[in-house]
Ligand binder design. Structure first.
Ligand code: ADP
Ligand code: MG
Length: 703
């Protein structure tokens, strides 16, 4: 932050609004602090007397920070966060009020949750779900409210949110990774956690322009818009100088995030005009998930203060790069060892190789789940298009590591960079450069030295889903490995065999080439990799018996929970397309047709008036234009009617999957056809009549 005048204040403001460890230590009685720490470390139950003390101290601290209300903050299946604010005020019995906050209110809440999607887990007439404090994620003050991060469950214990299964998946990974570490004689590690650093892309446009585009307001993306004369082809925006207005925005955004304890670190311009990125320093999965939600919320609310609008949709503009989110993921022990980092000793490198091949096998075995975890109507515009990773899941390892695995598989000698490796556990592996410039950016899942980078997420996603999948599938493979090796009588030999076998059976998922290349699609098919192009094609994998069994085995989802999630995702897909279709119809009726009529009218009148002056006067320009627009307006009407009919026709479909498919194949297709003719009209119609901001105006609206 070279342009930050207040940089000396950063350490002071960082975490100032968080009820974090330092505040707890300072303010809580020693025994209470200890009890709370124990709860946090072991995930055990918090006693009510402890909770009562914590609540009172927390409330006093929050009031000092300006809070008058508190809320249980949770992450329902909508993908965004939810909150219901209650004030601390309690009548004191004499007509006055006191500020109170009990342990019970801290630990448990009962939001009226009837209108959150539950996928049939909780019928609306018994809208009882409860929120439970997740003490591993600190409470914080934002605005006038104390936020308590919580998990959201039904009374029968079923998860109604994204946080609960995320915590369960962390436990599953912890358990299985510890079993494997035990085999390597690692006994000092008590906990293994997955860490995540999500890079967040977004667009920033002027708010006045935004408010003139109903499609951006209601759908998050433009439903039409002709290509601007200058887009991203000059590649002058990527890492370019940041404009003053944007940098003022970024400064305030950073400060707000720092106050909330989010380590916002890097920021730069992205490829597309008006596109930017923010990356925090990585943290434990559940904290990173909470923080990424805060990042997205803050991006929007700070934008409003600067008369800007922040677009988090995966594809706000056709023909311009969309926005993604890269989830950098690694697994580390509480003793500070990153299990995806090649070690310094032969033994450590054997351990690294085992964890590495576990990830490779997991991703190969559960490609479909990885794909499901990034499936949404918005992300369908990116995946498979020539800018984001394809819808095919594959792993980039880089040439060097791939060669090492080849050598291991074939018992050949590896001699790269002066290193040799003959036998697993016998030699030291080379350290892989963490940031090589030739890094493959087209890969959906790339090894980047000491972590994997999952690049298929859309920018609007909660990162919880993809992390749940990653944690669980890797836990599954580690459990298979542990089952096998725990029985071994010759650990070294069996470990070597296991690694070799895993490489042999799963190397098809490794691909170091260009993921955008059409040839890859063919090759991937020959390799037997799945290519689930759209959300309706991808989602059924979520309830595939093989996947259900795996999630159930690790206690991450029950079968019932998976089915409910499947329904919610399908419904969400259909609803999204339905809203888009209705918005499109409305915009064509209210904006496009009037513009078409007015302009034609002007042209026709001009022809008539010119002819009245002299029958010989040339009117070819007006007449040709008029007939072109007239022809286009015929197909405009046809396609508009067709789209309207399709949106009505799908209403009869009862089955959720069939409905989603119909939205894709019928409604979405009709929208695409309508868009083509609207975009052609936009290019012909004078700007006096075309009142919707154009792509050029939107993309260059921040100066
Ligand atoms: P790039 O744009 O080159 O991919 P960035 O620096 O923008 O890289 O983002 C890298 C992200 O990866 C950051 O959020 C960083 O904190 C995170 N990261 C670094 N090391 C790890 C790790 N061991 N585990 C998880 N995330 C990590
Ligand atoms: Mg990246």
């Amino acid at each position: 932050m070279s342009n930050n005048n207040n940089s000396h204040n950063i350490t002071e403001i960082f975490g100032s609004m968080v009820f974090g460890d330092a505040v707890m230590k300072e303010r809580l009685p020693k025994d209470i602090y200890k009890a709370l720490k124990k709860t946090i470390a072991n995930g055990t139950h918090l006693e009510l007397d402890v909770a009562n003390v914590v609540a009172t101290v927390m409330k006093d601290w929050a009031i000092e920070k300006g809070a008058t209300h508190f809320t249980h903050w949770f992450q329902p299946m909508t993908g965004v966060t939810a909150e219901k604010h209650d004030s601390f005020i309690v009548p004191d019995g004499s007509g006055k009020a006191i500020m109170e906050f009990s342990g019970k209110a801290l630990v448990k809440g009962e939001p009226d949750a009837s209108s959150f999607p539950s996928g049939g887990l909780r019928s609306t007439f018994e809208a009882r779900g409860y929120t439970a404090w997740d003490p591993t994620s600190y409470a914080f003050v934002k605005g006038n409210t104390l936020y308590i991060p919580t998990a959201f469950c039904s009374y029968s214990g079923e998860a109604l949110d994204k946080k609960t299964p995320l915590l369960r998946s962390m436990q599953a990974l912890n358990k299985q990774a510890l079993r494997v570490l035990q085999l390597f004689g690692v006994t000092d590690a008590k906990r293994v956690v997955s860490s995540v650093g999500p890079e967040q892309e977004y667009f920033l446009i002027d708010r006045d322009v935004y408010l003139k585009r109903p499609d951006l307001m209601y759908c998050g993306r433009t439903l039409f818009g002709a290509r601007p004369p200058k887009g991203q082809e000059m590649e002058d925006h990527y890492f370019g100088t940041i404009k003053q207005r944007v940098s003022d925005y970024m400064r305030e955004l950073n400060e707000e995030l720092w106050k909330l304890g989010v380590y916002a670190k890097t920021e730069h311009n992205e490829v597309a005009p008006a596109q930017h990125e923010l990356a925090p320093i990585y943290s434990e999965s559940n904290i990173a998930t909470d923080h990424n939600q805060l990042v997205m919320e803050m991006m929007k609310s700070v934008a409003a203060k600067h008369n800007l609008a922040c677009l988090l949709h995966e594809k706000p503009f056709a023909g311009v790069n969309g926005s993604g989110k890269h989830v950098n993921w690694s697994v580390a022990t509480d003793t500070g060892i990153n299990l995806l980092e090649p070690g310094d000793t032969p033994f450590e490198n054997a351990q690294f190789l085992l964890f590495l091949v576990a990830v490779i096998k997991a991703v190969d075995d559960y490609q479909d789940l990885m794909r499901v975890s990034v499936a949404s109507a918005g992300n369908d515009h990116r995946l498979g298009a020539n800018e984001a990773p394809p819808a095919i899941v594959s792993i980039f390892l880089g040439d060097e590591l791939t060669e090492i695995l080849n050598a291991l598989e074939n018992d050949t000698l590896y001699t790269g960079k002066g290193q040799t490796l003959m036998e697993i556990g016998a030699t030291v592996l080379p350290h892989f450069p963490k940031d090589t410039t030739d890094r493959n950016r087209t890969s959906p899942f790339a090894f980047t030295g000491n972590k994997f980078e999952f690049r298929m997420l859309g920018s609007a996603f909660s990162i919880a889903g993809p992390i749940i999948v990653l944690n669980t599938i890797v836990a599954e493979v580690l459990s298979q490995f542990a089952d096998e090796l725990e029985k071994s009588t010759d650990f070294k030999a069996d470990l070597s065999k296991l690694i070799k076998r895993t490489i042999k059976n799963h190397k098809r998922i490794i691909f170091n080439g260009n993921g955008y290349d059409a040839a890859w699609v063919k090759e991937a098919e020959q390799r037997g990799l799945s290519n689930l192009k759209t959300t309706p094609e991808a989602l059924p994998a979520l309830i595939h018996p093989k996947n259900v069994e795996m999630f159930v085995r690790h206690g991450v989802f029950s079968e019932h929970e998976l089915h409910s999630r499947y329904d919610i995702l399908l419904e969400n897909y259909s609803k999204t397309i339905n809203i888009e279709a209705l918005t499109m119809i409305d915009m064509v009726n209210k904006h496009v047709i009037p513009a078409v009529i007015d302009y034609q009218n002007e042209l026709a009148e001009l022809v008539l008036r010119k002819k009245a002056v002299s029958p010989d006067i040339a009117t070819t320009l007006e007449e040709n234009l008029l007939s072109k627009i007239s022809r286009l307006s015929v197909s405009l009407e046809k396609r508009l009617n067709h789209l309207s009919e399709q949106t009505i026709a799908v209403r009869d479909i009862k089955d959720n999957l069939e409905l989603a498919k119909a939205y894709r194949e019928k409604v979405y297709m009709a929208m695409s056809e309508l868009r083509l003719v609207v975009d052609e009209l936009e290019m012909l119609i004078g700007s006096k009549h075309w009142k919707l901001p154009t792509y050029a105006e939107i993309l260059n609206s921040v100066n």
